[in-house]
Design a binder for this molecule. Structure first.
Ligand code: ADP
Ligand code: ASP
Ligand code: MG
Length: 407
């Protein structure tokens, strides 16, 4: 088999962990498999580099940011390849560029456009383990280094698995799989044996960082077989796969939370066609992804308030755009709320069960938690609440939907 194994930051956090990765890779090779390893930077390294950048410049250039951040994964890819060599196996470390990962030019959140896998294929045929630095690629026209957004090594792994037609993509992390909610917040959280791509995508996009959202999107689109498991144990993990009929019996599969958003409100916007279109087009053109949007009913028929949420990392850009628009339109100004979070419940069973949203609202109400915004899709309900209630809400919802018990 050809197996892609991705190891996250905690799995390569120090020399002992890197040696443990090399052992696992060597074992996989000895079982007769070809292996491509994708590594993240050492735990905390990317945050450290971002902090350094902000110490020299409060708004560092995104092109240079990418060059800086890509260095973390170069370090671990080289060290991991060396550790595998030390065990007597052939290994070659490749940067994103050397792996042929071509992206668009959107620095700090580039999209993969294609992968030239020839060099990796040749190395695998010659008996090498190929160790790829995750999270990075290059823009084809000017060969500038790009990065794929936080958690982007997951996407590197899934995309390589697709490009090389691998039999399996394993995501090794610090928990034993995908749980009903973050096991670091709710100790009763239960490991799922399998989960559909669709539910995983909703959980990831709602903040469950165990898999990066775009990596799930990619895996779903190309049907890449994906397993999430721990690099600290040998227990089986969670299979992420196409939905099957058992899955629909479960009303709610998981609870997710996201503390990385801010709420922006433009007050007193003229209530007429074209305003929302103008605002959100400008925001989209700045490559900012808007999550929730609420437009209040106009009480006087003349003006209304528009609230929306964006990732904290895009706060400054989004506030600037909103203030400019507010001035242009003669609106009453812009409010920014940093102290919010979003809690979501996800389950394909919601397609066929009713009353799920009501039970969520009731649970939050019973704990005295006020809901500021609501959004729903076929398989998800999300509520924006005050940040300080996040853990309480996640625990309460996990309990209310009895997620600690198997269906
Ligand atoms: P890595 O560095 O290996 O990429 P991450 O920190 O990105 O690891 O993701 C793993 C973390 O995701 C876990 O430590 C856990 O706190 C968090 N997490 C959030 N939601 C879930 C969930 N539903 N199941 C498992 N882990 C989750
Ligand atoms: N090192 C990057 C990050 O911390 C990419 C990754 O770990 O997947 O976001
Ligand atoms: Mg991650």
């Amino acid at each position: 088999m050809l197996i892609v194994q991705k190891y996250g930051g905690t799995s390569v956090a120090n020399i002992d962990r890197i040696k443990a990765v090399a052992d696992r890779v060597a074992k996989t090779v000895q079982q007769g498999n070809q292996v491509v390893v994708v590594v993240s930077a050492m735990a905390g390294e990317t945050d450290k580099l971002i902090d350094l950048a902000h110490q020299v410049n409060p708004s560092p250039g995104e092109r240079e940011m990418d060059l800086l951040l890509s260095s973390g994964e170069r370090v671990t890819s080289a060290l991991t390849a060396m550790a595998i060599q030390a065990l007597g196996h052939k290994a070659i470390a490749l940067t994103g560029r050397q792996m042929g990962i071509i992206t668009d030019k959107v620095h700090t959140k580039a999209k993969i456009e294609k992968i030239y896998g020839d060099r990796a294929k040749k190395a695998l045929e010659e008996g090498y383990v190929v160790v790829v630095a995750g999270f990075q690629g290059i823009a084809e026209d000017d060969e500038d280094v790009t990065t794929l957004g936080r958690g982007g090594s997951d996407l590197t792994a899934v995309a390589i698995a697709w490009a090389l037609n691998a039999d399996l993509c394993e995501i090794y992390t610090d928990v034993e799989g995908v749980f009903t909610t973050d096991p670091n917040i709710v100790p009763e959280a239960r490991k799922l044996e399998k989960i559909s791509y669709e539910e995983m995508l909703e959980l990831a996009s709602s903040g469950a960082k165990v898999l990066q959202t775009r990596s799930v999107e990619f895996a779903m689109k190309y049907n890449v077989p994906l397993v999430v498991r721990s690099s600290f144990t040998d227990r089986p993990g969670t299979l992420v796969c196409k939905e099957d009929t058992d899955m629909e019996k479960v009303m709610v599969s998981g609870v997710a939370y996201d503390k990385n958003q801010v709420k922006i409100t433009i007050l007193g916007v003229p209530d007429k066609p074209g305003i929302a279109a103008r605002l959100f087009k400008t925001i989209a053109d700045a490559n900012i992804v808007v999550d929730m949007i609420v437009q209040n009913i106009s009480s006087d028929g003349k003006s209304t308030d528009i609230s929306f949420t964006v990732p904290k990392t895009d706060k400054e850009k989004a506030v600037k755009i909103s203030e400019e628009l507010s001035n242009d339109l003669g609106a009453q100004g812009v409010l920014v709320d940093d102290n919010i979070s979003k809690v979501s419940i996800v389950g394909v069973g919601m397609k066929t069960h009713s009353g799920v949203a009501a039970r969520m609202f009731e649970t939050l109400a019973n704990h005295g938690i006020n809901i500021m915004m609501i959004s729903t899709s076929e398989i998800k309900v999300s509520c924006v609440i005050q940040d300080k209630y996040t853990e309480l809400a996640v625990r309460a919802l996990h309990e209310a939907f009895e997620l600690d018990k198997a269906a």
